[in-house]
Every structure is written in structure tokens, then in C-alpha cells.
Design a protein around this ligand. Structure first.
Ligand code: HEC
Ligand code: HEC
Ligand code: HEC
Ligand code: HEC
Ligand code: HEC
Ligand code: HEC
Ligand code: HEC
Ligand code: HEC
Length: 428
């Protein structure tokens, strides 16, 4: 009796002081959430365990805060609320605002803008497989959310459970470079492989495994790309390493124009096309010197936390130079294929807008030589400059530059063979 009175007194005191969260720590907050938790201990036990281990559970943020209270039994499961970025924004407006200003928020739009998308199986696009799995965290329009609800019962609409995964939502997980690994790996963006085998990554992984002390200097992806926890990621060169204005160097300007034409953002006369508007909309490239420098300077300031300013500047300029060298090879490959179209040796696919190769058709490019050109661009050119920027000599050289040389040799040989064959055929 005396004890319960004392408890009541404490509770009243906490209520007056507004510290109801202390009480919630033990009991799992609002009555509604304890209802969810009781049943979900059976229905989905690991989700409950993860939530119980989370800062959310300790801070009185229950299931209801994210899923609402419309579904409360086995009969009304479809009523469980969607968890959109706006759901998190109610309590974390700053992170949502930053996120919306960065590249990640455009991931859904950029994926859908790809001309080749419509050749892929639907399960690869919309679902949590293939393209959709990595691009799903981009912001979606209301209509797109409705469409997803129809196809996926409403999964994959959240933007905020990819680095700090549900239902732990742990800051520690998000701060680890492994949080980026699932998406930033493989064929055309092997940043994980590059980083984890660079001096930066090796040092960090040795720190993570306890071999090196906790306070040793070792940058993570987040150190360089999410400075001060900024959720709006963006780089100077971007994914495709093209930008405006054109460089002063005449040869490089001509080579970049060839790349831009093969991307379909310039027509063969050098005039901008409708695709340029898509590029602008999805912020695929920096379109002014100022925008590019802003990102470059932001990055230099990170390097300067550990390196001298001269060292950092020189290292990043080497990355720029590798783009220039890669564009030289790329432009030659593009020209060889364009000449085959021009001379009627190779039938230009009907859907290509100009008498010019279209790099954005990806692996749907119809012939071996066009596929080679695509691999040269999306796999090997990427590795050349991405490897340079991520201080990974093997990716920059052997998996990148050296492979580009080989691609160009093969494209040349194939083109010569095709021309030979055409000559023989025209004689018969
Ligand atoms: C009486 C049991 C019960 C209660 C109470 C309950 N749920 Fe569920 N819930 C389920 C079952 C069963 C499923 C389906 C699990 C499965 O498919 O394995 C489910 C599924 C879900 C899903 C996934 C929806 C989907 O389409 O698969 C969410 C989200 C969810 N519950 C949240 C909640 C929240 C929030 C509450 C409290 C407001 C709650 N649940 C209360 C039993 C319950
Ligand atoms: C009802 C309010 C509320 C909602 C909704 C909410 N959070 Fe939180 N979140 C909190 C509170 C309170 C904390 C404790 C730390 C703090 O005070 O910021 C927290 C902490 C976090 C942390 C840091 C965890 C750590 O390890 O320190 C992350 C990450 C996070 N939330 C992500 C999210 C995401 C993602 C969503 C949406 C899916 C979300 N939150 C929805 C209130 C909320
Ligand atoms: C769910 C998959 C996924 C995860 C996890 C992920 N990313 Fe990304 N990231 C993407 C996609 C997709 C894009 C391209 C976005 C677009 O299409 O606009 C991207 C773009 C970027 C860019 C912009 C490059 C440019 O074009 O300027 C940076 C930088 C980046 N991510 C860094 C990170 C870091 C650092 C992490 C981990 C903390 C991370 N990403 C986690 C999928 C992911
Ligand atoms: C393994 C995860 C993953 C898969 C699968 C994936 N992407 Fe991506 N995608 C990314 C990441 C990460 C980036 C950003 C890489 C970078 O900037 O270096 C990206 C970048 C892009 C970009 C460039 C966006 C920009 O604005 O710079 C487009 C367009 C794109 N992807 C479309 C697709 C399409 C279409 C598919 C399926 C055919 C696909 N992606 C499959 C992870 C993925
Ligand atoms: C901070 C917000 C947040 C809280 C709190 C939260 N969830 Fe979720 N939950 C999510 C997000 C985000 C998703 C993924 C939705 C998507 O796929 O778009 C999700 C998905 C689910 C799913 C279906 C997906 C799966 O992995 O099976 C179930 C079931 C679920 N939650 C149950 C619960 C239960 C039960 C609680 C309370 C113990 C809870 N959630 C608390 C954010 C939250
Ligand atoms: C690309 C990976 C990534 C994505 C996507 C992401 N976060 Fe984070 N989040 C992080 C990282 C990394 C941190 C730790 C930042 C730091 O070190 O201060 C973090 C921290 C947080 C925190 C804790 C902030 C603090 O200082 O306590 C909140 C809240 C949060 N994120 C909310 C969100 C919300 C809301 C979204 C969706 C718009 C989101 N995050 C999407 C990587 C991500
Ligand atoms: C030491 C700093 C540093 C670390 C660590 C780092 N990056 Fe980068 N990253 C860069 C620089 C520098 C660029 C090129 C920026 C520019 O365009 O000028 C870059 C570019 C990128 C790009 C754009 C395409 C490209 O590769 O050029 C993505 C995406 C990216 N990084 C993701 C990641 C991911 C994911 C990780 C961790 C696995 C990571 N980065 C680790 C410095 C870093
Ligand atoms: C948090 C600290 C930190 C940051 C930030 C950082 N680095 Fe490093 N970097 C290191 C350490 C430590 C080494 C390993 C030193 C050694 O090789 O003796 C290293 C090594 C390197 C190397 C290999 C040099 C060699 O001698 O083998 C290059 C290149 C490099 N960094 C470039 C950069 C660039 C460019 C940036 C910015 C985009 C950057 N680093 C940001 C800590 C950092």
C-alpha cells in the first residue's frame, strides 16, 4: 500500500515535470503500442526485439508513431499505415530537409528516366530486387506511392530505413561504411570494393576489428560524403563524370562533346536535346563552374582534416586528369561505331535518335560491338575515375584504364572485320 502510494506520488511528480518518457522506458509507451507489441511478439518476434533495443523504444516512440493505430487485429492488417519520409519528418525535420536537397532523394526519378528501363522485367524495377532495390529510397510522387501500394502492398515506400535499418534505426549502424555497401558496389559503382581495399578502408576496418586503437585517423564514406551528418549527398563530378562548362583544352572539349552526344544530351551538331532537361531535373551533372567548385571545395576541406592542402589538391586533380584520359579513349570508341552507322556497315537501331551510338541503352545494345562500347563506358570508364578518386590504384589502372585500352583494341578489330565482310558481301 505504502509503496504504490509512493509510486503514484512519483508518477504525479513526473507528470508535472513532463518526464513521462522515463515511465515509458519500462512499459513500452502508449496503450496502443503495448497492444501491438503483445501480439507482434508472436506475429513478428524479431521486429519487436529490434524495436526494444532501439533508441526509439527508449524514447517513447512506439509502433503507433510510425504505423498509426488503424490496424489492431489479424483481420485488418492492410490498414497498417505507410511509413513515408513525412512520418519521420514529424520528429526529424532537419534530416528530411537535407535528404530532399541531395542526390539520394532523386534515385527513383533518375531510375525511371532511363530509356532502357522498359525492357527489364517488372519484378526487377518496382520490387525490392534489381534496380528498385537500390533506387527505392528516392522520393516518390503521391501517384507513384499509390502504384507501389497496389503492387507491393505498400513496402519500399520509406526513404529512411536503408542506412539505419528498421527497426533498430541505429546511428552506429548508419555511421559504418558497411551501411553503404549493399548499393555502392559491383559493376558500375564499385565504391565499396575500392574503398575497403584502399589505405583509407583498410585502416578503418582494422580499427573496427580492434587491431588499431579507436582514435586512429581513418575516413569512412560518411566522413567524406556526409560531413557533419548532412543527409544531402552530392559530388562534384557525379555518376557519369560529365559537366558544364566545357573544358578549355580543345581535345578534351571535343572528347567530352562526343560522350555527351552518345549520352543523347547533345545532338550531333552540339545542340542540347530534350534529354538535357532530364539530366537537369535529376541533377545528374553540375551545370555551372560555381556548382562544381562548391562541391570540390567541400571535399578538399575534408581531406585537409588529415592531409596537407597541397597533397589533397594534387590528388583530386589526378582524378580529373584520369577523366580526361578516359574521355580520349571513349571518344575514339564512340567515333568508330558512329562511322559504321554512317557508312551503312552497321544498322542503327530505329529507336536511337541520331546516327550516333546511345550509351544509355545499357546491355540492350543490339550487337557485340555496341555492347563492347557500353561496357567500355559503364564499367571500365567508371572504374578508371572512381578508382582514382577513391585512392585505389588497382581499380583505377587494371580494372579501369587497362580494360578501356583493351575494349578500344577489340572495337577497332571488330569494326575492321565488319568492313571486310561488307566488302565481300557487296562483291557477291
Ligand atoms: C492481434 C494481433 C495483432 C495486433 C494487436 C497488431 N498486429 Fe500488426 N500484424 C499482425 C499480424 C498477424 C500481421 C501479419 C504478419 C505476417 O504476415 O507474418 C501483422 C502485420 C503488421 C504490419 C505489416 C503489414 C503488412 O502488410 O504485412 C505492420 C506494419 C503492423 N502489423 C503493425 C502493427 C501496429 C502498429 C499495431 C498496433 C497499432 C499492430 N500491428 C497490432 C497482428 C497484429
Ligand atoms: C514521434 C517522433 C519520432 C518519429 C515519428 C521518428 N523518430 Fe527517430 N527519434 C525520435 C527520438 C525522440 C529519438 C531520440 C534521439 C533524439 O532525441 O533525437 C530518435 C532517434 C532517432 C535516430 C538516432 C538513433 C540513435 O542510435 O541514436 C535515428 C537514426 C532515427 N531516430 C531515425 C528515424 C527514422 C528513420 C524515422 C522514420 C522512419 C523516425 N526516426 C521516426 C523520435 C521520432
Ligand atoms: C539503398 C541504396 C543506397 C544506399 C544504402 C546508399 N546509397 Fe548512395 N546512392 C544510391 C543511388 C541509387 C544513388 C544515385 C541517386 C540518383 O539516382 O540520383 C546514390 C548516390 C550517391 C551519391 C551521389 C553521387 C553523385 O551523383 O554526385 C553519393 C555521394 C552517395 N550516394 C553516397 C552514399 C553513402 C556515403 C552512403 C552510405 C552512408 C550511401 N550512399 C548509401 C544508393 C544508395
Ligand atoms: C546494387 C544497387 C543498384 C542497382 C541494382 C541499380 N542501381 Fe542505379 N545506381 C546505384 C548507385 C549506388 C548509383 C550511384 C552511383 C554513383 O554515383 O557512382 C546509381 C546510379 C544510377 C543512375 C545515375 C543517376 C544520376 O543521377 O547520376 C541511373 C540513371 C541509374 N542508376 C539507373 C539504374 C537502372 C535503370 C537500374 C536497373 C537496370 C539500376 N540503376 C540498378 C545503385 C544501383
Ligand atoms: C521509427 C518508425 C517505425 C517504428 C517505431 C516502427 N516501425 Fe515498423 N516499419 C517502419 C518502416 C520504415 C518500415 C518499412 C516500410 C516500407 O517498406 O516502406 C516498417 C515495416 C514494418 C513491417 C513490415 C516489413 C517487415 O520487415 O516485415 C512490420 C511487420 C512492422 N513494421 C511492424 C512494426 C511493429 C510491430 C512496431 C513496434 C514494435 C514497429 N513496426 C515500429 C518504421 C517503423
Ligand atoms: C545514406 C544513408 C542514410 C540515409 C538514406 C538516411 N540516413 Fe539518417 N543517418 C545517416 C548517418 C550516417 C547518420 C549519422 C550522422 C552523424 O554522424 O551525425 C544518420 C543519423 C540520423 C539521425 C540522428 C541524428 C542525430 O544526430 O542524432 C536521424 C534522426 C536520422 N538520421 C534520420 C533520417 C531520416 C529521417 C532519413 C530519411 C529522410 C534518413 N535519416 C536517411 C545515414 C542515412
Ligand atoms: C577519403 C574520402 C572518401 C572516402 C572515404 C570515400 N569517398 Fe567517395 N568520393 C570521394 C571523392 C574525392 C570523390 C570524387 C568527388 C568529385 O567528383 O570531385 C568521390 C566520389 C564518390 C561518388 C560519385 C562517383 C564516383 O565514384 O566518383 C560516390 C557515389 C561515392 N564517392 C561513394 C562513396 C562510398 C559509398 C564510399 C564508401 C564505400 C566512399 N565514397 C568513400 C572521396 C571519398
Ligand atoms: C580522417 C583522416 C583522413 C581523411 C579525411 C583523408 N585521408 Fe587520405 N589517408 C589517411 C591515412 C591515415 C592514410 C594512410 C597514410 C599512409 O599511407 O601512411 C591516407 C592515405 C591516403 C592516400 C594514399 C597515400 C599513400 O601514401 O599511400 C591518398 C592518395 C589519400 N589518402 C588521399 C586522400 C584524399 C584525396 C582525401 C580527401 C578526399 C583524403 N585522403 C582524406 C587519412 C585520411
Amino acid at each position: 500500500m505504502a509503496r504504490s502510494l509512493a509510486n503514484t506520488a512519483i508518477l504525479i511528480a513526473m507528470g508535472i515535470l513532463g518526464v513521462s518518457t522515463v515511465f515509458a522506458q519500462q512499459s513500452g509507451n502508449q496503450p496502443q503500442t503495448s497492444l501491438c507489441v503483445e501480439c507482434h511478439k508472436e506475429a513478428t518476434p524479431s521486429i519487436v526485439t529490434d524495436w526494444q533495443l532501439s533508441v526509439h523504444s527508449q524514447s517513447d516512440v512506439g509502433c503507433v508513431a510510425c504505423h498509426g493505430d488503424k490496424h489492431v487485429s489479424k483481420e485488418d492488417i492492410a490498414e497498417a499505415g505507410l511509413v513515408l519520409p513525412e512520418t519521420c519528418a514529424a520528429c526529424h525535420p532537419e534530416q528530411v530537409k537535407q535528404f530532399k536537397g541531395g542526390k539520394h532523394s532523386l534515385a527513383w526519378a533518375a531510375m525511371n528516366a532511363m530509356p532502357s528501363l522498359h525492357f527489364q522485367p517488372m519484378a526487377m524495377i518496382e520490387g525490392l530486387k534489381g534496380c528498385g532495390a537500390c533506387h527505392r529510397f528516392g522520393i516518390k510522387s503521391e501517384a507513384e506511392v499509390k502504384e507501389l501500394v497496389k503492387q507491393e502492398s505498400g513496402f519500399g515506400v520509406s526513404s529512411c530505413d536503408t542506412c539505419h535499418t528498421r527497426h533498430l534505426f541505429s546511428i552506429k549502424e548508419a555511421q559504418s561504411p558497411q551501411a553503404c555497401q549493399t548499393c555502392h558496389m559491383g559493376f558500375d559503382h564499385a565504391q565499396w570494393e575500392m574503398y575497403s581495399s584502399s589505405k583509407h578502408g583498410v585502416r578503418f576496418l582494422l580499427k573496427q576489428s580492434g587491431v588499431l586503437p579507436e582514435n586512429v585517423a581513418a575516413p569512412t564514406c560518411q566522413t567524406c560524403h556526409m560531413q557533419n551528418g548532412d543527409h544531402g549527398v552530392m559530388t562534384a563530378w557525379g555518376f557519369l563524370a560529365v559537366r558544364l562548362p566545357m573544358p578549355e583544352d580543345k581535345q578534351w572539349a571535343a572528347d567530352r562533346a562526343a560522350v555527351l552526344t552518345a549520352l543523347g544530351v547533345l545532338d550531333p551538331k552540339g545542340e542540347p536535346t530534350a534529354r538535357l532537361d532530364v539530366v537537369k531535373g535529376a541533377k545528374v551533372a553540375r551545370l555551372t563552374q560555381e556548382d562544381w567548385e562548391e562541391q570540390r571545395n567541400k571535399m578538399l576541406r575534408v581531406c585537409e582534416q588529415c592531409h596537407s592542402a597541397n597533397f589533397a589538391k594534387a590528388e583530386l586533380e589526378k582524378g580529373d586528369l584520369m577523366i580526361k584520359e578516359a574521355d580520349r579513349l571513349m571518344a575514339q570508341g564512340i567515333q568508330i561505331v558512329a562511322d559504321l552507322y554512317k557508312d551503312g556497315i552497321l544498322q542503327k537501331p530505329k529507336e536511337y535518335p541520331y546516327a550516333y551510338p546511345d550509351l544509355l541503352t545499357f546491355h540492350d545494345a543490339p550487337t557485340v560491338i555496341e555492347q563492347k562500347l557500353f561496357i567500355m563506358f559503364l564499367e571500365h570508364r567508371m572504374r578508371t575515375f572512381q578508382g582514382s578518386f577513391h585512392s585505389n590504384p588497382d581499380y583505377a589502372f587494371w580494372y579501369g584504364w587497362s580494360e578501356m585500352q583493351r575494349d578500344l583494341t577489340e572495337i577497332r578489330a571488330l569494326a575492321a572485320l565488319m568492313r571486310e565482310n561488307a566488302k565481300i558481301e557487296s562483291k557477291n
